[in-house]
Write a protein that binds this ligand. Sequence first.
Ligand code: GUN
Length: 307
Amino acid sequence: MPAILLDGKQIASEIRQETAAEVQNLTAAGIRPGLAVVLVGNNPASEIYVRGKVKSCEELGIYSEKITPPATITTGELLALVNELNARDEIDGILVQLPLPTQVDAKKILLAVDPAKDVDGFHPMNVGFLSTQRPGLISCTPAGIMEILRRSHVDISGQEAVVVGRSDIVGKPTAMLLINANATVTVCHSKTRDLPGVCRRADILVAAIGRAGMITPDFVKPGATVIDVGTNNVTDPAEFQRLFVGNAKREETFRTKGATLVGDVHPAVAEVAGKMTPVPGGVGPLTIAMLMSNTVKAAKMRRGGRN
Ligand code: GUN
């Protein structure tokens, strides 16, 4: 029996509705949550992401501001901008879209964001709060993965979880959240010996590597829950064949667009897994939903108890 697909769009829509209700309540109490998004330069992918974030704010009633400094901005100038946003009371969340131009010291910028407004959860203080189970702001994609698991009633406590990928943005915080939820967690990376064997131990397998279709059925224990964080644009016909041979719908997309979006998990894994997230329509939609939810959380934590 093929895997049950976990519908990220549906879950994200539920979270957005819940968040919109909270925005209404807060706004009625005189606290309208506000998000500032800083988009440096003209990276086309970043422009698309930022457009989605601003649109989502509008739909939920969150105040938003898009700031677009030129690609030539210096670290000092960007620091000054972040400090201005830190000082403004009506701004609850500050998101500096990555990647930043090479002349900008990104680590310095992320460290300058007030941890109370750090809706990306990238500040070392929030990373520390997460690892020590204190209240704080949690990185959006890992938080979204946990929402998918919880709302799909996947058991976590006592289960074997394997996270493939050790990035600061996804792999490490996801591993931490799974540990906090009482899973037994293994984190794998490019130097891991016998990666398929380690992955086969997983009741919950999270793939966050950034390589199209790398997780093939031989990596997956029958019945496991597989979470695919990858978003890889496949344009090479041979690669397309390896992934989607015989899939009429994908062949049509590939013929007309010359590209198709693929996760880190090979589609044939659907024949082995018990539950899995599709790409597109799995983890992706949760990221913006959790950003909205983090903005409301930041507003409540910083301004909620003030009246
Ligand atoms: N660029 C790609 N993903 C992200 C993200 O989650 N946050 C930020 N700030 N930049 C990104």
